[in-house]
Write a protein that binds this ligand. Structure first.
Ligand SMILES: Cc1ncc(COP(=O)(O)O)c(C=O)c1O
Length: 332
């Protein structure tokens, strides 16, 4: 039995889905969506608020403010409610409706930016708004997930060691890149260990994180319109870029087998499968990280009208599935 008294005290750290029967390549998917915030961003949020508390940055008058595409905002809303702080989330029009409602239900205020900045896109506009707010009133405390060391350190201390414990013979790790907190924390952990692990970053086409050309991206979580300051490319062995149409196909293929994951999981799985199909993957131990679950994306990624309006009518038509075999449950 697990008994908790604050929501951030619970996180399922040891759950993996074996994707071989669904995609035909060996890949263990680490599920990070089973906590009260519903995503991996709980770890970064908890670490950043703890550090601010410890450093005396927060007072009873403080108003936390953060730019978030959604999941960090939900995690901070939850922690702020639990600790009695006010929280303002600055997001943009790509934030899912359910995510916004969730933050409001937890007592947070949400500001939605609807016009991207000329340089820096939506993220640039969100950051400009946060900076102006902090300059106008010193009660605002900006944790700044893009530069806060607590963001990557959370994964260095928890996510990566949890993977290493379960997969001591890990060969390759696939991690999606948003702020690059997860990627940097995991990469730094595995690079400091003596056994080499190949770190493959997964990014969306249209993101500038690894120097690509900026382009339209509709799925929140991964990718950036401003290069993340936390990124240390010397830690990364390879980058795989995934088209959002492939993200949609991977999400739906998982859903057809009963696994409803979020958009960034579709991106990471699609990128990983592409990489595995180009390498001799049979003897490899490969893990990918699934940042959240699919319920927040019911009105986008799992909604036919939305998909067809953005990616066209054929996006799901050509997807060839691996036939379902009589699947017998494996539990450990
Ligand atoms: C759904 C989802 N996936 C992936 C990420 C990226 O994680 P990170 O910011 O650690 O790179 C985020 C970050 O907000 C997210 O919400």
């Amino acid at each position: 039995m697990t008994v908790i008294s604050v929501p951030q005290a619970f996180n399922e750290e040891e759950l993996y889905v074996d994707l071989r029967s669904i995609f035909g390549h060996p890949l263990f998917l680490k599920c990070e969506g089973f906590n009260f915030a519903g995503s991996i961003k709980l770890k970064a949020a908890a670490a950043m608020v703890e550090a601010a508390d410890r450093d005396g940055v927060l007072t009873p008058d403080s108003i936390l403010v953060e730019s978030s595409s959604g999941n960090l905002g939900v995690a901070l809303s939850m922690i702020a409610a639990s600790k009695g702080y006010r929280f303002l989330c600055v997001t943009d029009s790509r934030c899912n409706l359910s995510t916004r409602l969730l933050m409001e239900a937890l007592g947070s205020e949400v500001h939605v930016i609807s016009d991207p900045a000329g340089v820096g896109g939506f993220l640039g506009a969100r950051l400009d708004y946060v900076r102006a707010l902090c300059a106008s009133d010193d009660r605002y405390v900006w944790l700044n997930q893009y530069t806060n060391q607590g963001n990557w350190q959370a994964h260095y201390r928890t996510t990566a060691p949890a993977i290493a414990r379960q997969f001591p013979w890990l060969d390759v790790l696939f991690v999606g890149a948003g702020t690059t907190g997860t990627l940097t924390g995991c990469a730094r952990y595995f690079k400091r260990r003596h056994r080499p692990v190949r770190i493959v970053a997964v990014d969306s086409v249209g993101s500038v994180t690894f120097g690509g050309r900026p382009g339209r991206r509709m799925i929140p979580g991964l990718g950036a319109s401003v290069r993340p300051p936390m990124l240390d490319e010397s830690l990364i062995d390879e980058v795989v870029r995934v088209d959002e149409a492939d993200t949609i196909r991977a999400c739906h293929r998982l859903a057809r087998r009963g696994f409803l994951f979020g958009g960034s999981t579709g991106t990471v799985v699609s990128g990983a499968m592409d990489w595995l199909s180009r390498h001799d993957a049979d003897g490899l131990t490969a893990v990918a990280i699934a940042p959240d679950l699919g319920e927040r994306y019911l009105d986008t990624i799992y909604q036919t009208n939305w998909i067809e309006a953005i990616y066209g009518n054929d996006v799901l038509r050509d997807d060839v599935d691996v036939p379902v075999q009589a699947v017998h449950q494996t539990a450990f």
